[in-house]
Write a protein that binds this ligand. Structure first.
Ligand code: ATP
Length: 477
């Protein structure tokens, strides 16, 4: 299992999906860059989300708010006081760890060794202590469980402290007239502060939603599992504004809608599940995660939260501006309640990549060989089709170029004439291109080409006149 994940990470790098950030300087921990194929795949995921949210719902519109926001935003949202993780340092290795993660790892170890009950009990105690903000209790638990530092191997720990996850920086040219601002740790607040602007200018009626895709930043203490936990990442969030008291209905509704979306983009039902939160975030009265079964276990890719009027109510208090909505039907003013759906673009990407990565043995006897390909939904594939002339002469390249130039007006396609045809197929398999189109000598006579399918490796003869329509259909949802 660990090997599969390692193979996926090397594959992502080798074929232009994900690179470590500033790699020539040995990288920057928990920061990654998307390469030429990665950016296409990620854009396709983002477009699929954007369309599903804004285009297919007539009461959801989008915005694109700035990353920088007035610093009071983060006081009102609770992030200045409440957005922190409990951390602990090992005095010998001088390494910093998340105290809760150390305990969760210990619980996982109990489970792995056949003592699930003990693991579950440990997780429960941890949740109780965090709920009560009992940091001394968390430290005592680490000591009584004899948890050791993975680096030094000792249990010489400091006390547990809260560590705020927001990155701060300065605005203004000189220190004297500068003030501290934060890089947003979630995109949601840009939606809350704009909700009345959108409602009024768009004449929106409750219930309605505002969607946004954008970067968020968190100074995560433990960075691990590749792009699963990054310090700079992208969120796709939607806040749905509703009448107070109707939150459970909408919460249930959005849970189902969002689960369906993950299935539609190609994640198998058996690898998706809901996970209810034991411990609710400071803003929520109900919360559930959609988890995907990564090679390292079931982990969150999306959160659905009933945020009540927590955010808008606090923004009213701090800004001293009225953030109420006048409901014609009820003939009254109120601060709307909010149900939020929040999915990480990078986590959706990683789930899609893990799910698509396929190693299989093909052929028989002496022809037996390993084949690796990405079984991506054709609508998400970075390249939709590759066009190959069988040989580099006799007018075949010209004919293939003609087809290539027509198709590229519509979709991302590539033209390749180097190397043997088998090698060219392999290169496309590795990046998940669903269709390879081959122009051969017969093409010059019958105006047909051969399509070779990525997953089945089967071939089919298709008239050039039908090509565009056929591929377009196959590469949409
Ligand atoms: P976790 O418990 O894994 O830290 P979270 O519950 O803090 O996540 P939310 O605040 O609910 O996450 O954020 C919504 C979504 O944003 C998550 O479901 C995830 O997909 C994404 N996300 C959050 N933190 C990160 C991160 N450090 N790197 C990549 N994606 C992230």
């Amino acid at each position: 299992v660990e090997n599969t994940f390692k193979n996926i990470i090397s594959h992502a790098k080798e074929y232009g999906f994900v690179f470590p950030s500033s790699e020539i300087y040995d990288g920057l921990q928990a920061v990654y860059d998307y390469g030429q194929n990665g950016v296409e795949l990620k854009n396709n995921i983002k477009t699929a989300w954007w369309k599903a949210m804004t285009q297919l719902n007539d009461n959801v519109v989008g915005i694109d708010a700035a990353i920088f926001m007035h610093p009071t935003t983060w006081k009102a949202s609770g992030h200045v006081d409440g957005f922190s993780d409990p951390m602990i340092d090992n005095k010998d290795s001088k390494k910093r760890y998340r105290a809760d993660v150390l305990i969760e790892d210990k619980a996982a170890e109990y489970e792995k060794n056949g003592d699930k009950a003990k693991g579950d009990a440990l997780v429960k105690s941890l949740a109780r202590l965090l709920e009560a903000n009992d940091l001394k209790g968390v430290q005592d638990l680490i000591i009584s469980e004899k948890i050791k530092c993975p680096v030094s191997g000792t249990s010489n720990w400091t006390e547990v402290r809260q560590f705020n996850l927001m990155f701060s920086t300065q605005v203004g040219a000189v220190a004297e007239d500068s003030s501290t601002i934060y890089l947003r740790p979630e995109t949601a607040q840009g939606i809350f502060v704009n909700y009345l602007n959108v409602q009024k200018t768009g004449r929106m009626k409750i219930p309605f939603g505002i969607a946004q895709i954008g970067k968020a930043f968190r100074n995560e203490i433990v960075a691990r599992q590749f792009t699963f936990r990054m310090r700079e990442f992208e969120q796709m969030e939607m806040q749905f504004f509703i009448r107070p008291g109707e939150e459970m209905k909408w919460y249930e509704e959005w849970k189902q809608v969002r689960l369906k979306w993950h299935k539609a983009i190609g994640l198998p039902e058996g690898k998706l599940k809901f996970h209810n939160h034991e411990k609710l975030a400071h803003y929520a009265n109900a919360a559930v995660d959609i988890e995907y079964e990564f090679p390292f276990g079931f982990k969150e890719i999306e959160g659905i939260h009933s945020r009540t009027d927590f955010d808008l109510g606090n923004h009213e208090k701090y800004s001293k501006k009225k953030l109420q909505y006048f409901d014609n039907e009820l003939n009254k003013n109120y601060v709307p309640y909010v149900v939020e759906t929040s999915v990480g673009a990078d986590r959706a990407f990683l789930a899609i990549l893990c799910n698509a990565y396929t190693e299989e043995t093909v052929g028989e006897g002496d022809d037996k060989k390993e084949r690796v390909y990405l079984k991506l939904h054709p609508a998400l594939a970075p390249v939709k089709a590759a066009i190959f002339p069988l040989v580099k002469k006799d007018g075949l390249p010209e004919k293939a170029q003609e087809i290539y130039k027509e198709l590229r007006m519509d979709m991302n396609v590539i033209y390749e004439e180097r190397d043997a045809i088998g090698k060219r197929y392999t290169r496309q398999d590795l990046i998940g291109t669903p269709f390879c189109i081959v122009v051969d000598y017969d093409t010059l006579k019958d105006n047909s080409v051969t399509i070779r399918y990525r997953d089945t490796m089967e071939q089919e003869r298709v008239p050039i006149s039908e090509l565009r329509q056929k591929i377009r259909k196959a590469t949409s949802f």
